[in-house]
Write a protein that binds this ligand. Structure first.
Ligand SMILES: Nc1ncnc2c1ncn2[C@@H]1O[C@H](COP(=O)(O)OP(=O)(O)OP(=O)(O)O)[C@@H](O)[C@H]1O
Length: 296
């Protein structure tokens, strides 16, 4: 299967500090991938490395089988919308579309114009005069109209109102289905990720903690509630991701390595949000082992 993003022991240092470290992940094509993690986890750094805006300090990264940003053909295949949704303040909306048409061999002008009209953006308005949300919509339209094989979006919906976010996620889902577009998007809004993403990567502590198809990841994890105990005392085959204790009770999110027969424990399913929170609130030593087992 083709990979859209392959990282092998990838690392990026700013000065003496690692922003991303030993990042190894292999994301197959044909997915809408949600990249999630705490502030400062290294999400933007990973996306910039994938977009060719940054060079690795260590390890290697391949995007659609090539070095990010290395050739015009590679650049044409990858769309990148950065977190601050960069547009040219002095250019009008229409000039942005003309620039997009000139720079991108697969430019879909009809789609770009139709979307701009639907959003109510005035072609003669300068981008510098648009609101933050309107600028984001313009940048996202440019990214979609480029018709890339992979669209990388760093917190694309952050500046959008709820209705605009809904519309954008819908457009993204349709583009992924109709144009075989792969998408990697970072977001703190797990509800958005739940709506559109079928593949999840959790980044925390500068490292990939979990990666895989969301349905498989959710199915593989459970919440265990029972008498208070330390994680090491759990029945065999339960890999602990996170633990919470009261005086009498313990609650664990686990990746179940097998069925749980002990009647002292209540087993319940968890949703994507709880899964993400568990990995962001993790037990470090156990966690790395779990991530490796689930990955793929
Ligand atoms: N240009 C830079 N110079 C120095 N340090 C940086 C730079 N950019 C990012 N960092 C640091 O690298 C780490 C990872 O930052 P990054 O922006 O990749 O995180 P993030 O997961 O995208 O965070 P957020 O969710 O807050 O956007 C942080 O500790 C940040 O302070």
């Amino acid at each position: 299967m083709t990979s859209v993003l392959q990282a092998q022991a990838l690392g990026k240092k700013y000065g003496s500090r690692w922003a991303l470290r030993e990042c190894t992940v292999d994301i197959p094509a044909g997915h809408v991938v949600g990249l999630v993690g705490p502030n400062g986890a290294g999400k933007s750094t990973l996306l910039k490395l994938a977009g060719g805006q940054l060079e690795p300090t260590a390890g290697a990264i391949a995007v659609l089988g090539g070095r990010p940003g290395s050739t015009p053909a590679q650049l044409a295949k990858v769309g990148f919308v950065a977190q601050d949704t960069p547009v040219y303040a002095s250019l009008t909306v229409a000039e942005h579309l003309r620039l997009g048409a000139r720079l991108n061999p697969r430019w879909d002008d009809g789609m770009a114009r139709e979307r701009i009209a639907r959003l109510g953006l005035v072609p003669t308005h300068r981008a510098g005069r648009l609101s933050g949300g309107q600028r984001a919509q313009l940048a996202l339209t440019l990214g979609l109209a480029k018709r890339p094989d992979l669209l990388i979006l760093d917190e694309p919906a952050a500046a959008l109102d709820p209705l605009a976010r809904h519309e954008f996620l819908q457009v993204l889902t349709e583009a992924a289905a109709e144009h075989k577009l792969s998408v990697v998007l970072s977001s703190h809004l797990v509800s958005d990720l739940e709506r559109v993403c079928d593949y999840l990567v959790v980044l925390a502590d500068s490292r990939v903690q979990l990666a895989g198809r969301t349905d498989r990841l959710v199915a593989a994890h459970h919440r265990l509630t029972g008498p208070r105990c330390e994680p090491g005392k759990l029945p065999a085959g339960q890999y602990v991701v996170s633990a919470r204790h009261t005086d009498r009770q313990s609650t664990f999110v686990v990746r179940a390595g097998g069925p749980m027969h002990d009647p002292a424990w209540t087993v319940s399913r968890i949703g994507l949000e709880d899964l993400v929170l568990a990995y962001m609130d993790r037990c470090p030593a156990e966690h790395r082992r779990v991530a490796q087992e689930v990955e793929g």
